[in-house]
Design a binder for this molecule. Sequence first.
Ligand code: MG
Length: 317
Amino acid sequence: MTNRRNFLKNAALLTAGTLLAGKSSFANAATAAPSVHNSMAAGKKIGLQIYSLQGELYKDTPARMQELKKMGYTDLELAGYSKDGKIGGVDMMEFKKMAEDAGLKITSSHVNPPTGEFTKESKASILEFWKKAADDHVKLGCELLIQPMMPKCESYDDAAIICEIFNESGKIIKAAGLPFGYHNHNMEFQRVMTEEEKKKKYSFWEHPGTQIYDLFLKETDPSLVFFELDVYWTVMGQNDPVEYMQKHKDRIKALHIKDRSLFGKSGMMNFEAIFNQMYENGIKYYFVELEPMHTGMTQFEGVKQCADYLLSKPFVK
Ligand code: MG
């Protein structure tokens, strides 16, 4: 009985000790976490595309920007510019001040011209729009100005006029002092075909025609148009973002880091290979992007989880 009692007592102590040790190391980890987190965050430059925040950013914008800084974000890529000089309804210069007060830098901005139909007729109004938009973004201290949506493109001819207008837009924006970039979704990986190509019969493994993205890369002037590769939408377009980065080192100057939802959950994205290639190419800019969550989680909670994911990964330097 004594032995059994001692055994039970020792077992109880052991369990308590194990729990204590576990709790203690957990407590130490919890205590250590902020400094580790902060030191990692201190060295890492993490951009955020503010589309990820939806309307939540505009409920007390200054405080929300402080929250982003605490999460580890350092740079913002804007969305929602309107030609009256506002971002999401907030005056641009006020927006800039709020970001600076929070310690965030506005590095980039997504802006769409007034029409998605790029034609000889619409060209003049598109170029006029860019002149004003470029001047506004120079005042913001932006480093990149990027068109995020694909104009209507159903043929080689459509691609040709789009690239002509991209080149001329790039020239105007460059003259104002900024580089002009293009951001993709998955529709750029659709193919266009000549009438000749359409007439032929193909086996299911053949891919006739040319991907629109490849036409954009080929027909735009490298000195006037760069590319911001959205790695998730590239995968959704059944292409490999790493392969594109390897093939087009001189053209892809920025990335959208994105998964189907929260980072690392889908199993679709090889972020380690993407980041390794990004560093090898010397790509300086990347921006986290998160689509609307629809899960009960707020966008701010979602972008925090994305930042935590990147801060915890040794391949993010
Ligand atoms: Mg994107």
